[in-house]
Design a protein around this ligand. Structure first.
Ligand SMILES: Nc1ncnc2c1ncn2[C@@H]1O[C@H](COP(=O)(O)OP(=O)(O)OP(=O)(O)O)[C@@H](O)[C@H]1O
Ligand SMILES: [Zn+2]
Length: 700
């Protein structure tokens, strides 16, 4: 361990004071003293309580807020990396302010682990070097990077694609575009055409995709189209499944400017780049752009902020834009570009609603769907059956006494999963607890326990019985846990080694299947009557997206949706591929009800071992907020709802409750949040109570 530099008080006048952001759940930032000059953006190793932490200097030459003798000195300035750029610091400061988190909890998690872990800089392995030098040594010893092979790019843009690309390329400085293009309209080609122009003049591009599994497809398309303007080495890929070293490598290449294309999932929005000349957010409506823990940011919204900061254009692309973005386009904040036709001379698929009320289903499948799948297979085409529920069956049930499988730790059913050798297991999808399914009913002893309902595993089994000759692949979170397994499965589908694909929404996002003739949707109704006001928007998007996988090759595509409510406007709009009409009706409802995008929300969630503690905390918080609103004459502008338990109230033995805050003015909402948070105290309160604030929550 390097000696701790204890600076004698007599020399205190030679000290400078600075403010350091640390990843601790306290307001911060924290004052430190330094004998050597530091700059904003420097990473430093500092003592904190009894621990030592790596932090980021965010302000220098400050007037300390504590008496000098209480201020501890910085132990070491980490000089293996130049200071983080002012623009990057500003992005983190903005996110911290907007999402109401201490800046250190934004900055440090945004850095690759080795750059913020004390042990990377100490101990035997670290020697004198830090992780950056170690990585660079490794890089030199590896073979030279291969140069991208420019492939002939034979596609001629359709006139709609060309028009959209021209509009974007004509933009100077910041401009936000909503690229609204039907499924298969070739939005990717528009992004790539604009990116090509940017890269050809030496610029840099940040591409965001919603799913890790889409990065290989995208990276390939990038190199194919852009191989003449960038090399392999100039593309950096960032997502959460990379090993620490890989992530550091990609991050550094972006930070140091070597990478000119950064392609990644939501976390890539926090990448450090010397400049960005174009940002693309593909499938901008996708909920996975919203981080659901820690700093609950929206990468899509930060992308727009960042484009403004960089004075660059941003493209938000989707066949089913979020109502937030659609609203901004309607108001003219975003420029809307529309692609109404599929690119490759393919028509949009025919959507049929199968009324299951008058049907006898065979293993949950309508005879028409079974026939359609059979026909597709006989024509050597593929079929996809979509069921957004993983596992074998949602619950195990006793016919004699009515016992159902429940998680011991959560107020939720435990889901039946089939392990190898057909053994049943029970998994809780909330807390992750797993156990072997009981052989007989724990309540009455009846050995005849039945799985009830259907998940993707069971659907896969049924399809195998109905189509014994077919090669069936299941793609869901369970079948793709192993790194690379999703990519392998998708490659098998593309290579034609799969006849029937069974999957959850993982299969619906953005995949360009070449030979998919039929898409069947089962059990979509489950989401039709959800409490969440965003449920119809989300269901429509999911179904339109999955429907859009069919018939992309120019041959016919057929989509069959099994429903007990075919007359529902959502299904009727789907049948017409009518995003615009459906969005219009949802928008009217939202406006009448004063819901987003016509209002702004925040959600305060509390967790405690006893529900009354969580509710009590929220009620006290509510009273404080009400008083504050009254004092600031904002009680007309901001509404505080009652504190209520969450739908799944107990998870892993912890009870959860929430308090919804809604405002007609974003500024008023943020004023309240700033004034209020201080009064709530530490996020880890006493008696195991924890709270969490989310700005712009997606799920309520
Ligand atoms: N100008 C073009 N001429 C011929 N084929 C094209 C053209 N542009 C795109 N394509 C092809 O059309 C298919 C769909 O393109 P792409 O995947 O970009 O659609 P998309 O708009 O992203 O759709 P989705 O929203 O459904 O993901 C791809 O196979 C692509 O190669
Ligand atoms: Zn559980």
């Amino acid at each position: 361990m390097p000696p701790v530099s204890r600076v004698p008080i007599s020399e205190a006048s030679a000290l400078r004071y600075c403010r350091v952001a640390l990843d601790v759940p306290l307001a911060g930032p924290f004052d430190y003293a330094s004998a050597e000059p530091v700059e904003a953006g420097d990473r430093v190793l500092v003592p904190f309580g009894r621990r030592r932490l790596i932090g980021v200097v965010i302000q220098i030459d400050i007037e300390p807020t504590l008496p000098p003798e209480q201020i501890r000195p910085i132990e070491r300035v980490l000089r293996d990396l130049g200071p983080l750029l002012p623009k990057w610091l500003a992005l983190a400061e903005f996110a911290a302010g907007y999402y109401q988190r201490p800046v250190g909890e934004v900055m440090l998690p945004a850095l690759p682990v080795p750059l913020r872990r004390v042990s990377s800089y100490e101990g035997k392995r670290a020697g004198q070097q830090g992780p950056v030098e170690r990585l660079k040594k490794r890089r030199v010893s590896q073979s030279q990077p291969e140069v991208g092979t420019p492939l002939a790019d034979s596609l001629t843009l359709t006139s709609q694609q060309q028009h959209a690309a021209d509009q974007i390329m004509a933009a100077s400085g910041f401009a936000a575009f909503l690229l609204f293009g039907v499924t298969g309209s070739g939005k990717t080609q528009v992004y790539l055409t604009v990116a090509q122009a940017v890269l050809a003049r030496g610029g840099r591009v940040l591409f965001l995709v919603p799913e890790i599994n889409l990065t290989p497809q995208f990276a390939q398309a990038l190199l194919q189209k852009l191989g003449s303007v960038v090399t392999h080495d100039e593309v950096a890929i960032l997502h959460s499944r990379l090993a620490d070293g890989e992530r550091l490598d990609a991050w550094l290449r972006a930070h140091e400017g070597q990478a000119r294309i950064v392609l990644g999932t939501r976390l890539a929005i926090f990448v450090s780049m010397p400049a960005i000349d174009l940002i693309v957010v593909d499938e901008e409506h996708d909920p996975s752009y919203k981080q659901q823990e820690g700093l609950r940011y929206s990468a899509r919204d930060l992308a727009v902020w960042r484009a403004r900061q960089e004075n660059a254009p941003v493209i938000l692309g989707s066949a089913t834009p979020s109502l937030e973005s659609w609203h901004k386009a309607e108001r003219g904040d975003y420029q809307r570009l529309t692609l109404t036709e599929r690119a490759s001379a393919a028509a949009l698929p025919t959507v049929q609603l199968i009324d299951t009320r008058r049907l006898e289903l065979n293993k949950g499948l309508a005879p028409q769907l079974i026939d359609a799948i059979g026909l597709a297979l006989s024509q050597a085409r593929q079929a996809l059956v979509y069921l957004n529920r993983r596992g074998y069956a949602p619950v195990l049930h006793c016919n004699s006494c009515g016992w159902v499988s429940q998680c011991d730790h959560c107020t939720a059913f435990s889901v039946v999963h089939r392990a190898g050798g057909h053994r049943m297991r029970l998994h809780c999808h909330h807390c992750g607890a797993q156990r072997v399914a009981p052989a007989s009913c724990p309540s009455c002893g009846d050995p005849d326990l039945q799985p009830m309902g259907r998940g993707t595993q069971r659907l896969e089994e049924h399809l195998a019985q109905l189509f014994p000759q077919a090669r069936i692949a299941r793609i869901d979170a369970d079948s793709t846990r192993r790194k690379g397994s999703a990519q392998d499965l998708f490659e098998q589908v593309h290579a034609g080694e799969v006849d029937i694909l069974v999957g959850t929404q993982m299969v619906s996002k953005g995949h360009d299947f070449g030979n998919l003739g039929v898409v069947g949707v089962v059990n979509a109704d489950a989401m039709l009557f959800s409490q969440d006001f965003r449920a119809p928007e989300r269901l429509f998007a999911q179904l339109l997206q999955v429907a859009g996988r069919a018939g992309r090759d120019g041959k016919s595509g057929l989509v069959m949706i099994q429903t007990g409510y075919p007359e529902q406007p959502l299904y009727q709009a789907l049948k017409r591929h009518d995003y615009e009409g459906f969005a219009r009706s949802l928008m009217l409802e939202r406006e009448a009800a004063g819901l987003p995008p016509f209002a702004f929300q925040a959600l305060l969630t509390a967790e405690a071992t006893q529900l009354p503690d969580a509710l009590g905390f929220l009620e006290a918080a509510r009273a404080t907020a009400l008083a504050w609103l009254q004092a600031h004459q904002l009680n007309e502008v901001v509404t505080l709802y009652d504190a209520v338990p969450l739908r799944v109230v107990r998870v892993a033995k912890i009870c959860r409750a929430q308090l919804l805050i809604e405002a007609s003015s974003r500024a008023a909402l943020h004023r309240l949040l700033r004034g209020w948070l201080i009064s709530l105290g530490s996020r880890h309160g006493t008696g195991g109570l924890r709270w969490q604030l989310e700005v712009d929550p997606l799920e309520i």
